[in-house]
Design a protein around this ligand. Structure first.
Ligand code: CA
Length: 232
């Protein structure tokens, strides 16, 4: 018996991009649904029950932020923003509003497929990454429950703030977390603009937990957006 295909809905106003995505995704075993406006996208999302939504931020009838806001009123399905580079601030706002990830145009098919797989995997493990007792990636091991961290064989001591930052990234492992989300979670609402706090603590984490802090394997920077803890 054939396994039902996972459905990807793409909300995007440019036909060539639909064609490119449709070709790539159907060739890789997904069913592809297309919408050219925000309104059409919202209707399809509600009626066709897609497993994942690809969302362009620059749409003719409403911006992607509005689409995100309306989708998030009732749907937890993963949303990956696909946007042009100049929409940086909107991209960050969309992440803060609950989209799962983003890709900047132009992007390659392997990158797209990897992001889709990762978002679908997170969505299907409904218990959530917080239930994972121990996070492992390469030489990094984190036991959230017992507040213990290892780099290779060696146990590493972190300050309480460093541990909080690491824990926030582990809870969202594989997903980009915005500077605002991290600052709010660790320091509080009043500190959302203190991005240098983050830089300092991220630097400490890299010094303590990366082989080469200049070329991080675990704590990846998403320029202008935030950070991502790498997963396999
Ligand atoms: Ca567009």
């Amino acid at each position: 018996m054939e396994v039902p295909k996972q459905i990807i809905l793409c909300i995007e106003d440019e036909s060539p991009i639909h064609l490119f995505l449709k070709t790539s995704l159907t060739a890789n075993g997904y069913a592809y649904l297309q919408a050219f406006t925000g309104e059409e996208g919202l209707v399809q999302a509600a009626t066709r029950n897609p497993d994942l939504i690809l969302l362009d931020l620059g749409l003719p009838d409403m911006d992607g932020l509005e689409v995100t806001r309306r989708l998030r009123e009732w749907s937890k399905k993963p949303i990956i923003v696909i946007s042009a580079r100049e929409r940086e601030t909107e991209k960050v706002a969309a992440l803060d509003m609950g989209v799962d990830d983003y890709l900047t145009k132009p992007f390659g098919v392997p990158e797209l497929l990897a992001r889709i797989r990762s978002a679908l995997r997170r969505a299907s493990s409904s218990v959530g990454p917080t239930e994972e007792p121990v996070f492992k990636h390469g030489d990094l091991k984190v036991d959230l429950a017992h507040r213990r961290v290892w780099h290779g064989e060696e146990e590493v001591h972190l300050t309480p703030r460093e541990f909080k930052l690491l824990a926030a990234l582990v809870r969202h492992a594989g997903k980009v977390v915005t500077q605002r989300q991290l600052l709010t979670e660790i320091w509080g609402e009043a500190y959302v603009n203190q991005t240098h706090y983050l830089r300092v603590h991220m630097n400490n984490l890299r010094q303590k937990l990366e082989k080469d802090s200049g070329r991080p394997q675990h704590f990846l920077t998403e320029p202008g957006v935030g950070y991502r803890l790498a997963v396999d």
